[in-house]
Design a protein around this ligand. Structure first.
Ligand code: ATP
Ligand code: MG
Length: 461
């Protein structure tokens, strides 16, 4: 039965055999073995499964939440899967709405919380080879629609990794496992469901998910799951920009961004995402800066402190901006003009790969533009700078630059003192700083006046 089902889902007998040979049949794991009790399930997800079951549907907590609970981690969110259609779910809950096009699902709201409820998915209706252009997949085998409903078993097979295909029934406290995901979790193995190449072709984002989940959860990628990733990296170019950006952001905000970026680079996946990474990481200063920025981000995420995506992308691209900025200055541009040109250049290059939404790119530019202003501290400049709405981000960025060795630590410590000083002390700090500059300006004025007199005398004689 499982073999037939897999054949139907994966179309090709060879693929189905590969899957069924290495995977187990349906297994209902009792609570005394897995140890997850219904009181560990979030109340909104619990209420949704109860209501749907009361209405005669089956409903389970599924995906990342079950996986994380089994790994002893606190789930980020709880997703529900059911055999009720999106319309049936929508009419069962007053505060709900249907979302998505490629993948229609329902958002059910309880208080401030939202739980995603998806209907079991089945195989695509056509019997085409995954590489055929048929309206369901594109010419690279990417699934364009995934709205065919199916049974729970079919739904399990369409998920990405075995450990993400576990169904927890809060009523019985049993876990339904069709693909040996429970054992994979125990062995800490990340294993893609089905034939890896066609699953990555169907949805190249699964490669990014593999990197993120392995790094975040400390898992070993199974060899067949890992092997084709490098060769298929170019498929990421066909994924819509907004989805790619969302996935990349999830990866960078996973609390393990450094490990993820190192792994992306090792597998050659960064080419379609952050192509400049190779160049930047080749120089020790660039590598040090990015490592510090990502480490800092990871610490913030793990301490539940806010992280700004703009700051992250500003950091990832900064050394490329610096290189361009220097090049334009060497070509004779004024420093300020050179900086604007460098920023435009780097952002335009980046847009061709991983398009950064406009709401972030404006802040990224502000952070970069403010950097030279930390150095020229004369007059009212520092006061104007601290009243800028993005000052804090730009200041943290400057501290990172100093820590990485790119700028002098004396500027960073001057700013630290300036921020902790009172108004009177701040005025004094600026006066002290301005005095040599003022003297220099006076001297220059006097010198140019003397020069003018000399020229006038020479002309007269
Ligand atoms: P987390 O929420 O911790 O990032 P998750 O696994 O819950 O991890 P979601 O994006 O919330 O990730 O997806 C929920 C579930 O949907 C997954 O566990 C998986 O079963 C399924 N899923 C998500 N993305 C894909 C995909 N690209 N292909 C197949 N199944 C997917
Ligand atoms: Mg999730």
């Amino acid at each position: 039965m499982i073999r037939k089902l897999l054949q139907k889902v994966f179309k090709r007998k060879k693929t189905a055999d590969t899957v069924s040979d290495s995977l187990l049949q349906l297994c209902a794991i009792p609570v005394k073995r897995h140890g997850i009790h219904r009181n560990q399930i979030n109340s909104c997800a619990l209420k949704i499964t109860q209501e749907l079951q009361k209405a005669g549907f089956s409903a389970f907590v599924v995906g990342g939440a079950v996986r994380d609970l089994l790994l002893g981690l606190e789930p980020k969110d709880f997703d529900v899967a059911t055999n009720a259609t999106p319309e049936q779910v929508r009419s069962a809950f007053r505060r709900s709405r249907i979302i998505g096009r490629r993948f229609r699902l329902v958002h059910v709201m309880c208080g401030l919380e939202t739980v995603e409820v998806s209907t079991f998915r089945g195989p695509s209706p056509d019997n085409a080879h995954p590489l055929e252009v048929n309206g369901i997949t594109d010419q690279h085998g990417r699934l364009l629609h995934d709205n065919v409903f199916g049974s729970q078993e079919e739904d399990a097979i369409r998920r990405d990794f075995t450990m993400n295909a576990l169904y927890y029934d809060p009523a019985t406290e049993e876990i339904h496992d069709y693909l040996n995901g429970y054992e994979d979790i125990r062995c800490r193995t990340l294993r893609i469901i089905g034939e890896p190449v066609s699953r990555y072709r169907e949805d190249p984002v699964r490669m990014l998910r593999a990197v993120r989940l392995a790094a975040k959860l400390g898992l070993q990628m199974d060899a067949k799951t890992a092997q084709p990733i490098g060769d298929l990296a170019s498929l990421l170019q066909n994924v819509p920009a907004a989805r790619l950006f969302d996935e990349m952001l999830k990866l960078l905000l996973s609390g393990h961004s450094l490990a993820c970026v190192v792994d992306l680079r090792a597998r050659g996946l960064h080419h379609g995402l952050l192509p400049m990474l190779d160049i930047i990481l080749e120089q020790p200063l660039g590598e040090r800066f990015i490592t510090l920025a990502l480490k800092d981000t990871d610490e913030r995420v793990l301490q539940n402190r806010p992280v700004s995506p703009a700051f992250l992308f500003a950091s990832l691209l900064w050394h490329e901006v610096l290189a361009n900025w220097n090049r334009y200055k060497e070509d004779g541009e004024k420093p300020s003009v050179a900086l604007y040109k460098a920023m435009d250049n780097v952002l335009a290059k980046q847009q061709k790969n991983l398009a950064i939404p406009r709401r972030f790119s404006a802040t990224i530019q502000e952070i970069w533009i403010m950097q030279p202003r930390f150095e020229s501290r004369a007059g009212r400049g520092p006061f104007r700078l601290i009243s800028h709405p993005r000052f804090r981000a730009a200041y943290d960025f400057m501290l990172l630059r100093a820590e990485s060795g790119e700028t002098g630590v004396e500027i960073a410590s001057w700013w630290k003192d300036f921020l902790s000083a009172n108004q009177e002390q701040r005025d004094k700090m600026i006066q002290t700083l301005s005095s040599p500059a003022k003297k220099r300006r006076k001297r220059n004025r006097r010198k140019s006046a003397i020069d003018k007199i000399d020229v006038a005398e020479k002309t007269a004689s």
